[in-house]
Design a protein around this ligand. Structure first.
Ligand SMILES: Nc1ncnc2c1ncn2[C@@H]1O[C@H](COP(=O)(O)OP(=O)(O)OP(=O)(O)O)[C@@H](O)[C@H]1O
Length: 321
């Protein structure tokens, strides 16, 4: 659905050129829900604006929905929906008017706009709000209206730029449900940017991590987490049994970094959830009394830290110590 090679964009500014995007390669398959994760200023919005034909790349090429970005930008626009950061609705407009304007903008007939608008409003839980002024909607309702507007022409692919920024946790979780349902029901391909780790983790099939205009990692959230360091397992056993238990832990497939304390053994394995049953069986067979066990799967923040030497939070505050 998206194939980009060497996509780059440099801006001229008073302080000199800014290389916002530096040679991005990416592939998105039809029906995928892909998250573009990175700190503020990483190049997420610029990449999105390149892929939606709102900006011309300085170098590189891409096809979106089979249409070339440079030679067939109109073809690209026909295939896509774009929901910008903060949306594009006018506060003093009524919801119905916004839907009508958007439908007209995409060349839909009035009847098609009404039919499609009603179906999307119902799907996105904003039915019955058609007569309301946009400014009277809650933050979550407004974001859902933004998404309905982005989908009015039934695109195969939708770009969502930070769809849940500014929403409270409950509204964010609710929006994730809607995005998942839209993908499940319509086979929609979704490409979204986020700097929320939990969002990428909970929502996306695959995550592309971008930093300083370059993609530094791609994979499913689980793949990224296990590729970096594996899960850490901490086991508490009866005093005196630590050496035997440490030996057993060290023989588990892929076990490494085994360390011991007075009653504890810590180690890493590629997958804690699959290593655990084998560990429990072996400890039982050797008559070792297990007191507690904890598995910690690294977060996407650990992944970002390993890849860049900074946490996402540090990266978001330029000059932070
Ligand atoms: N029109 C412009 N002129 C000059 N520099 C720009 C312009 N647009 C973006 N930049 C710079 O390019 C870099 C990437 O910006 P971009 O908006 O793509 O980042 P982002 O990852 O989307 O950040 P955020 O999460 O804050 O939206 C930043 O350093 C930004 O200041």
């Amino acid at each position: 659905m998206i194939e980009a090679r060497g996509l780059a964009r440099t801006f001229r500014s008073r302080g000199g050129p800014v290389e916002a995007v530096r040679g991005v390669d990416l592939d998105v398959a039809p029906g995928e829900l892909v998250g573009f994760l990175g700190p503020n200023g990483a190049g997420k919005t610029t990449t999105l604006r390149l892929l939606t034909t709102l900006l011309r790349p300085t170098t590189g090429r891409a096809t979106v929905g089979g249409c070339d970005l440079l030679t067939d930008p109109v073809g690209v626009r026909r295939q896509i929906g774009y929901v910008a950061q903060g949306g594009g609705t006018a506060y003093e407009c009524r919801v119905r008017e916004e839907i009508e304007i958007q439908g007209r903008f995409y060349g839909l007939s009035k009847a098609d706009t009404v039919r499609r608008g009603a179906a999307l409003a119902s799907r996105l839980d904003i039915a019955g709000l058609e007569h309301r002024l946009v400014r009277t909607l809650s933050g979550g309702q407004r974001r859902r209206l933004d998404i309905a507007l982005g989908l009015i022409h039934a695109p195969a692919l939708v770009f969502l730029d930070e769809p849940t920024t500014g929403l409270d946790p409950q509204s964010r979780a609710n929006l994730w449900e809607h995005i998942r349902a839209l993908r499940a029901e319509h086979g929609l391909t979704v490409f979204l940017t986020t700097h929320y780790l939990d969002e990428a983790d909970a929502l996306c099939d695959r995550v592309l991590v971008i930093d300083n205009g370059t993609i530094v990692a791609t994979g499913t959230p689980d793949e990224l987490k296990s590729r970096i360091s594996g899960d850490s397992v901490s086991v508490e056993v009866a005093p005196g049994t630590v050496p035997d238990a440490a030996g057993i832990a060290g023989r588990l497939p892929g076990a490494h970094e085994v360390t011991t304390g007075e009653n504890t053994i810590r180690f890493r394995v590629p997958r804690g959830d699959t290593a655990l049953p084998e560990l429990l069986r072996a400890l039982h067979t050797h008559g070792i009394d297990l007191r507690s066990v904890q598995v910690h799967r690294p977060s996407l923040n650990d992944v970002f830290l390993t890849l860049t030497g900074r946490t996402l939070r540090d990266a978001e505050v330029p000059g932070a110590a």
